[in-house]
Design a protein around this ligand. Sequence first.
Ligand SMILES: *Cc1c(COP(=O)(O)O)cnc(C)c1O
Length: 234
Amino acid sequence: MPEQISSIAANLARIRERIARAAERAGRRADEITLVAVSKTFPAEAVRAAYELGLREFGENRVQEFEAKHPKLADLDATWHLIGHLQSNKAKRAAQLFNRVDSVDNLALAQKLDLAADDQEKRLPILIEVHLGGEATKSGVTEGDLPALAEGISALTHLDLQGLMTVPPYSEDAARVRPYIQKLRDLRDELSRRLSKPLPALSMGMSHDFEVAIEEGATEIRLGTALFGQRSAQ
Ligand SMILES: *Cc1c(COP(=O)(O)O)cnc(C)c1O
């Protein structure tokens, strides 16, 4: 086995073990949790290696970066998630390249995606990214603006709102991340009642906090470094 595949394989085995234990602590089944492999900055070969190990969901944070890798990966039967901030002027391309946009955070963007999906004669699954915590630079809709955005999106017939995503403020200490993760679950539950619609997807949990996220109900965890190793840039 080439070196890259064997190190990803070893990482994946450890991750699966940790997912299983976190799920068990929470009285959940490990197969309720989808692992989204975050391949940003890693080459197409790393994505293919992960695919060969059985992973089928991948997250990229930039349209242009994925556009460059995509030709080498077009034969894979994978689900591609856009997890990074999306500018409206790239909405059309994003709707073509990705199977789900997990980072929708404003209505103008949602409207562009809806138009693009209509043009492409499909219904595009999306998540709303919620911004919790203080950092000003991060993307995501605020808690206060979430209900109006979700209602606006629900009126767009070519978008399929499936749930919420968040990137909590970074902390090595899981105890400090847990309240944000609980908050996202509560917001999802409230929103689901308000819209009278199931919102099954809760995408929360990254390499340093995924066990807490699983304990608090994450249905999807997005792992980059834990799976592929340290990123050299970004
Ligand atoms: C990079 C990234 C991740 C993965 O982060 P790791 O700490 O490497 O697991 C998850 N979600 C988003 C939105 C990201 O940009």
